[in-house]
Design a protein around this ligand. Structure first.
Ligand code: SAM
Length: 219
């Protein structure tokens, strides 16, 4: 079997497992996860482990998120074609790659990463995967990306002490934000903030563990 076929087979097995486990619920998220080659987003030495359902080290003390967490967040975001999205914490670029498939045609993701080396690698990973609707910005995402606001969706891939009003204000009038809130090295909460004009509601979705958001409005 060719190397590429072996990865496709492993990807299909993982996606089937996430469907059975209920983390994937829609055809859209299933297709998005089947179409992104996670093996291109992990370091070469870890490629054989790309389809284990767990985070993996990507350098600079950071990790690529576990596939089940990417699937859960993709389902909870309820994205639509054409959406403009902000991701806070690019890491390897894998999570943004999956979300980028869900907003086609016409959608675009801005993703912000504070570590220069990771931002450079993420751009390369996205290029190698043939993904052209993601812009990787280097900087402190704890303040959001006001120059590109408003966004239909915003999501965090690192844990913040709280979600500041100045970032919520970067949502469009009917936009929503998935935030990871909680202390470092503790169980955190995945929370959805939904905007309806001047009202914002808040729901707890599940518990999770992410690396900390470091920056002006982070840790
Ligand atoms: N979801 C990503 C993936 O699939 O590879 C993994 C994201 S990783 C768990 C969290 C990332 O957030 C790290 O790369 C970290 O450097 C970044 N980060 C932490 N604080 C940040 C900040 N203030 N602004 C931008 N990125 C930040």
């Amino acid at each position: 079997m060719r190397e590429g076929d072996r990865y496709t087979e492993k990807r299909t097995i993982l996606v089937d497992k996430l469907l059975k486990g209920g983390e994937i619920r829609s055809d859209e998220v299933r297709s998005a996860m089947l179409s992104v080659p996670r093996e291109l987003f992990v370091p070469d030495l870890l490629r054989m482990e790309a389809y284990h359902d767990r985070p993996l080290p990507i350098g600079n003390g950071q990790t690529i998120s576990a596939p089940h967490m990417v699937a859960i967040m993709a389902e909870e975001m309820n994205t639509r074609p054409g959406h403009k999205v902000l991701e806070i914490g690019t890491g390897s670029g894998y999570h943004a790659a999956v979300i980028s498939r869900l907003i086609l045609p016409g959608g675009h993701i801005f993703t912000i990463e504070r570590v220069e080396g990771l931002a450079i690698k993420a751009r390369r990973n996205l290029d190698l995967s043939g993904i052209d609707n993601v812009t990787v910005v280097e900087g402190d995402g704890s303040v959001g990306l006001p120059e590109q606001a408003p966004f239909d969706r915003i999501y965090y891939t690192c844990a913040a002490p709280d979600i500041p009003a100045s970032v919520l204000d970067q949502l469009s009038d009917d936009g929503s934000l998935l935030g990871v809130v909680g202390r470092i090295n503790d169980v955190q909460r995945l929370v959805r903030f939904s905007r309806q004009g001047s009202w914002t509601s808040k729901e707890l979705l599940t518990h999770c563990v992410f690396v900390p958001l470091i920056g002006e409005l982070g840790y």
